[in-house]
Design a protein around this ligand. Structure first.
Ligand code: HEM
Length: 444
């Protein structure tokens, strides 16, 4: 087991894959005080996350570590009050709420494309698309959910979230609940990172409050929805939530909605660079859409592009493991587990099961054009009551980014191309970035 613990820390994805190959899709680790079940099975995942969802909580070491950064925000909260917060935030993610998002995301990509990619006539250049996508995703979250320009804080926010991700992963992997609470150097650094984030969100909240108060009729906490604006920040302020909780939700959205989208877009662009024929088909579909591409407009539906995104999320699900703790004794897909068991549900493993996904390592977007194919074992956004609240936002945002980028530019592989290794931190990121050749289209 000691060797296994070392392997988990060194190369967790290979470790997970080896364990499930050797011992099956449901593996019990009878660790004293922390019985653990690795779930690489679609039925088991559905049971833990959905069917028996309320019997399995987020009271886990991994989520306790994340709460050190986000507090009990929507993602990390293990309390029943989570539902009140989810209801307050939900309208910002409904279709109506998403109507304005296309323009804001397009503006974020436009700016980045103009500043960082070659213009027509300029030579192709190598671009770290992971860094580019990270800046775009942060800008898009700020504009779309808080109507705030976060770019002025970009460096600080990116450093803080990336540092938090490292520290959360380190604390989460320690497996021992006591370590999460001990004043270790990692925890002390986390606290200072949290203070930096608090400073930034306090500014964003104060700015909106002053604008709200200046609006005709003023606006007070608990006032009518919309009096502070219809975006997420406006809804939270109008709900009368205390500032500390609003802060937790803002940090949660930056953490949950930034690295996930940036990583997914980076892997998607890599897969399209590797498969020129798929890139050509994506370009052909996107080039035909009305400009600008609007998420909420049915004429802007792009089934092939959606299939490309779905397939990239199958191969590189940002949430590679999801943790839960059993409140009672239970039976997961035939395996009895005692109360207190930690379930590690792994979309990474489930998405690579050959019985659900023939030739699982291959990038084949066409799988998703067939009704129902493999869906039983597809959970990039989780399942059940804790399903990602940002799913439609993220899928729409990614389609708009691809549309804006691929209509004017092509991506290709660098000479002597070697795929970046997937680095499983809080989400799966390309180790060392994602350098691709980017060139302006002559026909754009
Ligand atoms: C929850 C994946 C984008 C906000 C989740 C969960 C997954 C996930 C797997 C469930 C975690 C669990 O059950 O333990 C993704 C992926 C994304 C993405 C793959 C993009 C490709 C976003 C965006 C936002 C967001 C853009 C917001 C701006 C959240 C929140 C939760 C969540 C708040 C917690 C919801 C709750 O428990 O009620 N996400 N996410 N996510 N996600 Fe996302």
């Amino acid at each position: 087991m000691a060797r296994d613990a070392g392997a988990v820390r060194g190369d967790p994805l290979t470790f997970l894959t080896d364990v499930s190959r050797r011992y099956g899709d449901l593996v019990s680790f009878p660790v004293p005080g922390l019985p653990t079940l690795l779930v690489g099975d679609a039925e088991g995942a559905r049971h833990v996350l959905q069917t028996a969802g309320r019997g399995w909580t987020k009271q886990t070491v991994q989520y306790a570590a994340l709460r050190q950064v986000t507090g009990p925000g929507l993602l990390a909260s293990a309390e029943p009050s989570w539902l009140t917060h989810r209801r307050a935030a939900a309208p910002a993610f409904h279709h109506q709420g998403l109507a304005a998002v296309s323009e804001q995301v397009t503006a974020a990509v436009d700016e980045a494309v103009r500043a960082e990619l070659p213009a027509p006539g300029e030579p192709d250049r190598v671009v770290d698309v992971a860094a580019l996508m990270s800046r775009i995703a942060l800008d898009a979250v700020g504009r779309a959910l808080f109507s705030a320009d976060l770019t002025g804080h970009a460096t600080e926010l990116l450093q803080a979230t990336s540092r938090s991700a490292d520290l959360v992963v380190r604390l989460g992997r320690s497996m021992l609940p006591a370590i999460v609470w001990a004043p270790t150097p990692a925890r002390v650094r986390l606290r200072s990172t949290r203070r930096r984030l608090e400073r930034i969100t306090a500014e964003v909240i104060a700015e909106r409050r002053s604008l709200g108060a200046a609006a005709p009729g003023g606006a007070a906490p608990g006032g009518a929805a919309g009096s502070y604006g219809d975006d997420l920040l406006g809804l939270l302020l109008a709900s009368g939530m205390p500032d500390q909780q609003i802060h937790d939700e803002l940090v949660t959205m930056v953490v949950a909605g930034h690295e996930t989208v940036a990583g997914s877009l980076s892997w998607t662009l890599m897969l399209l660079a590797e498969h020129e024929e798929h890139q050509d088909r994506t370009y052909a579909e996107l080039a035909d859409l009305p400009t600008p591409v609007r998420l909420h407009d049915p004429r802007s539906r792009a089934p092939w592009t959606r299939a490309v995104l779905d397939e990239a999320l199958r191969l590189y699900p940002p949430g590679w493991v999801l943790s839960r703790r059993a409140q009672h004794d239970d039976v997961v897909a035939g395996v009895p587990v005692p109360a207190g068991t930690l379930a590690i549900v792994s979309p990474w493993l489930i998405h690579r099961r050959a019985d659900l996904w023939p030739d699982p390592e291959a990038f084949r977007p066409e799988r998703f054009l067939q009704e129902g194919a493999g869906r039983r074992g597809y959970l990039p956004f989780g399942l059940g009551a804790r399903l990602c609240i940002g799913r439609d936002f993220a899928l729409g945002e990614m389609a708009v980014v691809l549309a804006r980028l691929l209509r004017t530019h092509r991506v290709g592989l660098t000479p002597g191309w070697c795929r970046p290794e997937p680095l499983p931190r809080l989400t799966v990121q390309p180790r060392g970035g994602m350098p691709l050749i980017v060139g302006a289209r002559r026909d754009a």
